[in-house]
Design a protein around this ligand. Structure first.
Ligand SMILES: Nc1nc2c(ncn2[C@@H]2O[C@H](COP(=O)(O)OP(=O)(O)OP(=O)(O)O)[C@@H](O)[C@H]2O)c(=O)[nH]1
Ligand SMILES: [Mg+2]
Length: 328
């Protein structure tokens, strides 16, 4: 269609509704799913270009859906990072799976994360079967952590993923299969391109520059939990929940040098776990505090005083009332 007015920004009735007028902008939602520890949150951060989700080597780090927004000249991609899917053993696990199932029905495309360096197992099949049940939606298989596997192994994994897709979804299987490394940036742009390709034509859904819709208090609690997860083992990561009690400006501070008092509660399930978190003479907790403080100060752009309290909430993962209180 020729524009008689030479491309000036006039909107004469003649061109109303012409798809070329929006420049072909796309926007929509893509959820990232996968086993615990598959690299979903690390990939979310790499795609957004800033840390919006905490990450750790412990499975089940992510406990709620987190939106990270990718802004491009041609598109806006809203990524929904989710808790790792697995066969649930506790009420918390069940709640997290339900959350992911709900999210799947609300998005435009699904990114199924499968690590390059681990064999496809029952965990991946369990997830693939759930995705097959969602119905007609583009499913992109994302083979993560490509830097941890050599080229032959990555190729082998791509073939195995192709087979998995055909077997579980039928037909051609996955819409696309993309290897990526969030660690060294390999193919991160390609993942964005492929997902954007599955987004519908739409104006932007979020204001320019907004990278996440996480409330500040939640990000603060998450940064404390990330610091506290470092170096703990066994069941402890699962037993840890963190809630911000309050964030208040300290009185009597000079205007050009404000300070925020940030009070945070760390909940564990047993007194023995409390002792581990606190450490000998409080040494561990102090270390957690100073790591978390750096992250929180960077996030809030202000000096803070971080006050951490460790409390026991007996067996909270299995207790509906306590789960509610902790925000699950
Ligand atoms: N080498 C390498 N490590 C990675 C990469 N992506 C993630 N990791 C590591 O894998 C571990 C798990 O990463 P996360 O992003 O927390 O995984 P997740 O899928 O969000 O895990 P859950 O939230 O527990 O479901 C962390 O130790 C990451 O540093 C990658 O591309 N390369
Ligand atoms: Mg995660």
């Amino acid at each position: 269609m020729a524009r008689r007015d030479g491309g000036a920004a006039s909107s004469s009735g003649e061109f109303k509704g012409a798809t070329t007028d929006d420049g072909g902008f796309r926007a929509g939602f893509a959820v990232l799913v996968g086993r615990p520890n598959a690299g979903k949150s690390t990939l979310t951060n790499a795609l957004v270009g800033q840390k919006v989700a905490i990450t750790s080597a412990k499975p089940q780090t992510t406990r709620h859906t987190i939106r990270g927004i990718v802004h491009r000249p041609d598109a806006q991609l809203v990524l929904v990072d989710t808790p790792g899917l697995h066969r649930p053993r506790t009420l918390l696990g069940q709640r997290l799976n339900d959350l992911v199932a709900e999210t799947l029905s609300e998005v435009d495309a699904i990114g199924f994360c499968i690590p390059a360096n681990e064999r496809i197992g029952p965990g991946d099949r369990f997830i693939a079967a759930q995705l097959a049940a969602v119905g007609r939606k583009p499913i992109v298989a994302i083979v993560t952590k490509a830097d941890l596997a050599d080229r032959a192994r990555v190729t082998e994994q791509l073939l195995a993923v192709t087979d998995l897709g055909r077997e579980v979804l039928g037909g051609e299987g996955f819409s696309d299969i993309v290897p990526v490394s969030a660690q060294d940036g390999f193919q991160v742009e390609t993942v964005a391109d492929v997902l954007v390709g599955h987004m519908p034509p739409s104006p932007p859904l979020y204001p320019d520059g907004e990278l996440t819709d996480e409330p500040e208090a939640v990000m603060v609690a998450e940064l404390v939990r990330e610091a506290a997860l470092e170096g703990v083992r066994d069941e402890l990561p699962h037993s840890l929940a963190v809630v911000v009690d309050e964030i208040v400006p300290r009185e009597d501070r000079p205007e050009d040098n404000p300070l925020l008092d940030v009070r945070v509660n760390l909940f564990v399930e047993r007194p023995s776990q409390k002792a581990i978190i606190i450490g000998r003479g409080g040494a561990r907790l102090r270390e957690v505090g100073s790591t978390a403080r750096r992250g929180i100060e960077a996030l809030l752009g202000t000096k803070i005083y971080l006050d951490l309290h460790v409390k026991v909430a007996k067996d909270w993962q299995r207790d509906p009332k306590q789960l509610g209180r902790l925000g699950f």
